[in-house]
Design a protein around this ligand. Structure first.
Ligand code: FPP
Length: 264
């Protein structure tokens, strides 16, 4: 099935999302889409609900986005679920986030397998609670042979910490300083071997990169939507991809480079 057919198969005929899907140029998809899922707290506040209800509702957006990205034929999707700084939140919020993650992995593992999605974690996974690590490890191991979309969850993640970790690994590897260049260094990052994000989406309107994939987003196109994460659905991903396809990417040169090609 072509990616367009796969996308259309998930949309009821005549639904407005169908017209949007048909506008997408499948030859010029971003290879890697990274998302900062922001606005869960505001979503909950608007409804006079506790913040954690926003995170709970955010899980539906995660499900929808993973499925849509896989159907579109996106190679890599990276979602920012928990930053190193998020430990500063109230303990009850942190433990709910971890519980939601655990539940998500349990309930969605079969969907990941059915859709040939490979699951990975980027971040300091070894600092998470043992039960969370076990759950993550199960999902990673069970999907390791999948050849479809790579789905990274950034967990206990910080962009600067990643660069520090990469520097440590480079030193430990014994690479000679004169042999270290950008390509070689990228091989020590958590995302080694993956294309850099072409498109960085941030929900809920803030114009910040929040210590996310600092090395990898050097040339990413940034798309900010006012939509709060729990409301983010298939349509919003289509809109972001369409906006990306209208951009001219120049990589510091003066001539436009078609989106996607030469994204490194
Ligand atoms: C930002 O909203 C969101 C987070 C810190 C957590 C995102 C986590 C999830 C959607 C659930 C778990 C994820 C997966 C992948 C299963 P915020 O709380 O900062 O919102 P605010 O800025 O409106 O307060």
């Amino acid at each position: 099935m072509s990616p367009l057919d796969s996308v259309l198969a998930s949309i009821p005929s005549g639904h407005p999302d169908e017209a949007l899907a048909r506008q997408i140029n499948f030859e010029r998809l971003p290879a890697h889409v990274a998302i900062i899922m922001d606005g869960n707290g505001r979503w909950a506040a608007q409804r006079h609900l506790p913040r954690v209800e926003g995170h709970r509702a955010g899980i539906d957006a995660v499900r929808d986005t993973v499925e849509t990205a896989a159907r579109l034929g996106i190679d890599v999707l990276t979602l920012y679920a928990f930053s190193l700084e998020n430990w500063k939140r109230p303990a009850a919020e942190v433990s709910t986030l971890m519980l939601l993650l655990k539940r998500y992995l349990r309930s969605e593992l079969q969907t990941l397998l059915t859709n040939n999605i490979q699951f990975r974690v980027i971040g300091r996974m070894e600092e998470l609670a043992p039960d969370i690590q076990d759950e993550l490890r199960t999902a990673i191991d069970r999907t390791v042979k999948n050849t479809g979309m790579l789905f990274n969850i950034a967990l206990n993640y910080g962009g600067r910490a990643e660069i520090v970790d990469a520097a440590r690994r480079a030193i430990e590897s014994g690479v000679r300083p004169q042999d270290l260049d950008e390509a070689r260094f990228a091989g020590f990052l958590y995302t080694a071997g993956q294309p850099d994000p072409d498109l960085l989406i941030r929900t809920s309107g803030e114009m910040r990169v929040s210590n996310y994939l600092l090395w990898q987003i050097a040339y990413a196109e940034i798309y900010v939507t006012e939509t709060l994460w729990p409301d983010f659905r298939r349509r919003h991903l289509f809109e972001a991809v369409l906006a990306y396809q209208k951009r001219e990417r120049r990589y510091g040169g003066i001539n436009p480079v078609p989106a996607v090609i030469g994204a490194q």
